[in-house]
Ligand binder design. Structure first.
Ligand SMILES: [Zn+2]
Length: 184
């Protein structure tokens, strides 16, 4: 992706007006501003941003829709070697704007609800939710990039992941931190 800096995606918008105007919004959200997301990943590069493109429109049933795509660079913890692994989260989604649970239940199955109030929606919260949804539950380096690649036989060939209750899942960074603490 190009390194050119883009405008920030507006945080608060009137999504209904945007849908009636067939508007498209494009911009970035600094990942450092998304606290829940930051806590859910191993790390984010300084200045990293989520690129977002959102199209607001009305469908044939006059439902207000926002469809979007996003991409965000992130560091995850490889669950094989417990090392850092750089990847990009990508998501496409189509949401139906609703202002109540009743409306949400009336949406067709292929539309996820985006609950907002009548005149404003927090796009950053919505994007953060979408990012959390596409976080891989079990991130793994590519086979030839993983420092623990030689242990591969323990985890494959049937592709079944390590058992979650395996005792070896100690975070190397917390061990390091303990070492530093006891040094003095
Ligand atoms: Zn790995």
């Amino acid at each position: 992706m190009s390194k050119a800096s883009h405008a920030e995606l507006p945080k608060s918008v009137d999504p209904y007006r945007l849908a009636e105007q067939n508007s498209t919004l494009e911009g970035e959200i600094p990942l450092s501003a998304l606290a829940r997301f930051r806590e859910a990943v191993l790390g984010i590069e300084e200045g990293a941003a989520c690129s977002v493109k959102l199209s607001f429109y009305m469908d044939a049933e006059r439902r207000r829709i926002v469809s979007g795509e996003l991409e965000a660079p992130v560091n995850l913890e490889c669950q094989r070697c417990l090392g850092s692994m750089q990847t990009a989260l990508v998501s496409r989604f189509t949401l139906g704007l609703v202002t109540s649970d009743e409306q949400a239940q009336q949406l067709p199955k292929d539309l996820e609800p985006f609950l907002t109030n009548d005149f404003s929606a927090d796009l950053w919260l919505m994007v953060e939710d979408e990012l959390l949804l596409v976080l891989p539950p079990f991130p793994l380096h590519d086979r030839d990039e993983c420092p623990a690649g030689e242990d591969l036989e323990a985890y494959e060939p049937n592709g079944s992941p390590a058992q979650p209750d395996e005792p070896r899942k100690e975070n190397p960074f917390s061990v390091l931190a303990d070492l530093k603490k006891t040094k003095h």
